[in-house]
Ligand binder design. Structure first.
Ligand SMILES: [Zn+2]
Length: 492
């Protein structure tokens, strides 16, 4: 017998991202229809016993890159962002459409296993996006059953063209090699994206398009404006890496004569569907500009630490009125896409920036950033909270796990202790995707076997490029240090 409604009984539910209560959840059409006292509810609903579970909304990852899943382990321990972009470019080379699909499936499975039910994916396809590639990634998320914004990560300048003075820092013959690199014209890229979005292969209620001009310096002004026009015309989210490193601001001053955010404002790129990833080196005037345009920043604390980018000024951004979400960044820069860790760091890192507890990011604020805040970045309707009418995207934590024994303050214990180890089931749009330590939507063993084979093939095919990239990264590294007088870590 199939039931139109499902009644989850006996659990302890995080209501409105604010308090836990013993309630049953009535689920219908992928949404939470009602929160009702245990023992009540319609007699014809399928009843599921969820006692011994803490039920919270699914975490929403505001910034990741699915291509990073097949690049896992490929980012050396000692590379900051720009050196990684040059030294690790080979990781994304010679990929077929099947490889893009595989990498997105791998990434999605990792996200679900760590409590994420929706993500913003800036995926890259080289040398430029194709309709087949964009659709392959969209299909991968559809297969796994996770929500996603699929945003081609695009640029019309290479790293070497983007940073003023970088090519001149090279000696021949490497200078000739990096100078010869090029990307497609932005008009071609925009045509491809527009066509791919217009023929979207899966229902848009769960997997939808977005646009991802990768880093402002890597995109010509006309290109950035075309991305913003598409975003506003079609109502799709736009995301770029904004002030991720100090070097990006130094180079912006040279190229534009202004900060990055002021430049984007002058181009008309800032709007409510705009989000900047990282925002480590944003100033207060920039934060105020973002807030004035109702724009968003996605905080990626672990990636910022891993790549030595710094600690984002989250309190300053919040006080200025910027919408904030939380993300992980890619599997190879973070190095596991664990939204519980990212949420926990959002709360705890703020305590390293000031001794004033009033300025810390509270557990409730971190939770809201990692759920409703990120959902706002993805442009999702009523996602990220357990309330009537909101999406049935739910995590079920084992209330008997050590993190919750004894249980005094479940919200604080969840934000400050949870790392996914107590996660037992994941539901997305009213459907179980993880249960009994098994992803229910695909064969994980077969996926892993394919991933190992494909990674071996790609490593062989990209071996020569890797040598060139690694030689270039040494020059990029010294260029960055020369232009940034060392890697000063931002603390406030
Ligand atoms: Zn990123």
């Amino acid at each position: 017998m199939t039931h139109a409604q499902m009644l989850l009984e006996g659990g302890t539910v995080l209501v409105d991202n604010d308090r836990f209560a013993a309630l049953s959840l009535l689920i219908s059409d992928g949404r939470i229809k009602a929160l009702i006292p245990d023992g009540e509810g319609p007699g014809d609903a399928e009843r599921i016993d969820v006692s011994n579970r803490l039920i919270m909304p699914g975490l929403v990852n505001g910034h990741t890159h699915s291509h990073g899943a097949l690049g896992r382990g490929g980012v050396p321990d000692d590379l900051p962002l720009e050196a990684f972009l040059s030294g690790g470019a080979w990781l994304n080379g010679t990929r077929h459409l099947d490889d893009l699909h595989l990498s997105a499936q791998l990434s999605a499975v990792e996200l679900v296993r760590k409590g994420c039910t929706a993500c913003f994916d800036l995926f890259v396809e080289l040398p430029g996006p194709t309709m087949g590639g964009i659709h392959a990634v969209a299909n991968a998320y559809h297969d796994v059953g996770i929500r996603a914004v699929v945003a081609p990560m695009i640029a019309d300048r290479t790293l070497y063209q983007a940073l003023p003075g970088l090519i001149e820092a090279f000696d021949p013959p490497l200078r000739d090699a990096v100078a010869a690199l090029s990307l497609p014209a932005w008009q071609t890229i925009m045509e491809t994206c527009t066509e791919a979005f217009g023929h979207w292969p899966v229902p848009k209620d769960r997997v939808r398009p977005g646009i991802g001009p990768t880093i402002p310096l890597h995109c010509s002004d006309a290109f950035l404006q075309a991305c913003a026009a598409l975003s506003q015309r079609d109502g799709i989210p736009l995301q770029t890496h904004l002030a991720e490193t100090r070097l990006q601001q130094v180079m912006a001053a040279q190229r534009y004569g202004t900060s990055l955010t002021e430049h984007l404002d002058a181009l008309g790129v800032l709007h409510p569907q705009f989000s900047g990833a990282h925002g480590v080196w944003l100033s207060k005037p920039e934060a105020e500009l973002l807030a004035r345009h109702d724009a968003c920043i996605c905080h990626n604390p672990l990636s910022n630490l891993r790549l030595g980018s710094g600690i984002a000024p989250v309190r300053m951004l919040a006080d200025a009125g910027v919408n904030l979400g939380v993300g992980t960044d890619a599997s190879n820069t973070s190095d596991g896409q664990n939204m519980f860790e990212a949420m926990r760091l959002a709360a705890t890192l703020s305590r390293a920036q000031t001794s004033d507890p009033a300025a810390w990011i509270s557990t409730r604020s971190a939770l809201k950033m990692a759920t409703e805040g990120s959902a706002r970045i993805l442009g999702l309707d009523r996602v990220g909270k357990i309330a009537a009418g909101w999406a049935a995207d739910l995590l079920f934590l084992d209330a008997g796990y050590c993190h919750y024994t004894p249980l005094r303050n479940p919200l604080d214990q969840m934000v400050l202790a949870e790392n996914g180890a107590a996660l037992r089931e994941v539901m997305i749009a009213g459907r179980y995707v993880l249960a009994n330590d098994t992803i229910l939507t695909l064969d994980e063993g077969a996926l892993a076997a394919r991933a190992r084979d494909v990674a071996a093939r790609l490593d062989g095919a990209n071996a020569a490029t890797r040598l060139m990239n690694e030689a270039a990264a040494l020059v990029v590294q010294s260029f960055c240090r020369g232009n940034c007088d060392g890697y000063a870590t931002r603390l406030g």
